[in-house]
Design a protein around this ligand. Sequence first.
Ligand code: HEM
Length: 364
Amino acid sequence: MFSKTLLSLVVLAASVAAAVPSVSKRATCSNGKTTANDACCVWFDVLDDIQANLFHGGECGEDAHESLRLTFHDAIAFSPSLTASGQFGGGGADGSIMAHTADEIGDPANLGLDDIIEAQRPFAIKHNVSFGDFIQFAGAVGVSNCNGAPQIAFLAGRSNDSQPAPHGLIPLPTDSSSAILARVKDAGFSAVELVWLLISHTVGAQDKVDDSIPGAPFDSTPSDFDAQFFVETMINGTLVPGNGLHDGEVLSPYPGEFRLQSDFAIARDPNTSCEWQKMISNRANMLARFQQVMKKLSTLGFDQSTLTDCSDVIPVPTGTVRDPFLPAGKSMSDIEAACSSTPFPTLSADSGPVTTIPAVNLDS
Ligand code: HEM
């Protein structure tokens, strides 16, 4: 009798232990930093290394921008509908763009990403982390260097096994807004989530659509995580910033500023125009939505519960940004408001003559 009771207690204790998920201990890493999980310690070493040696001492410069762009290009080549048709639909944020660069760089949408892939790869190998993890980590750290940015989540633990992603799944600036909406829907993103993803273009520039003006930014404040991208894409385009209008480019409102055809179209599409405008009127919402959608993007193709949350390794961004404004020389009459249900927010213009928007300094 006694031994039977003891046995049941032992069995009960064992089953309770099995039911409790393995909680990993808060860790103090060898460099003295603390994190929620000891598996995250390696990322502090990666952080110090890339801030010093990839992001030039923690800049929100071209390498940070390209690192953010790379998170999207690795992850979005993911198509459940292709998988359902019996073909390989891509592995999402699996690092395949770094593991199979020779193949994936042949996708026209990946034009210009070879430099950042080659710059990043040695860091991933040196620290023995997977390419998929590294790409998402570098993107989150790069964003943290930009003034006023939100802290992006980082989950670690993606396998380093991947297959080359199918070509044709990454949106091109020449695609129509309906084609882009359909593509991201297949990958699991709604129309408003597409707008949230495009918050990224507030810290962006182009090099390759018109290679006569490398570093031509998408807004007048490419190091600030502000809403200027959403304001300036709504200003009437009047000029060609480079040596002609190229495929994927439309008229720009300022000398030096570059406007992608896809951004122009999504800003004015009835499915997305009101969400676009909302980014101007509610900054807290913009930051929260970017955090939300980047967590989803960065884990595309993975079960989040199988990954380890190492978000506390990502630096808390600093810096402040201005409230949305109209750059000098423009007025509210230059705004092409596209949301029929809500008036465009009233913005004041900087004083002085129209200025040329300077190109982003090219890091290398
Ligand atoms: C949805 C449709 C999208 C299209 C068609 C698109 C297209 C482009 C193009 C053509 C460029 C310029 C590349 C060059 O010439 O160097 C660019 C830059 C950029 N894109 Fe996108 N993009 C999209 C979405 C995204 C998303 C979702 C992200 C990130 C989450 C992103 C992040 C960036 C960044 C940060 C840059 C600037 C890179 C730099 O300054 O060097 N884009 N994008």
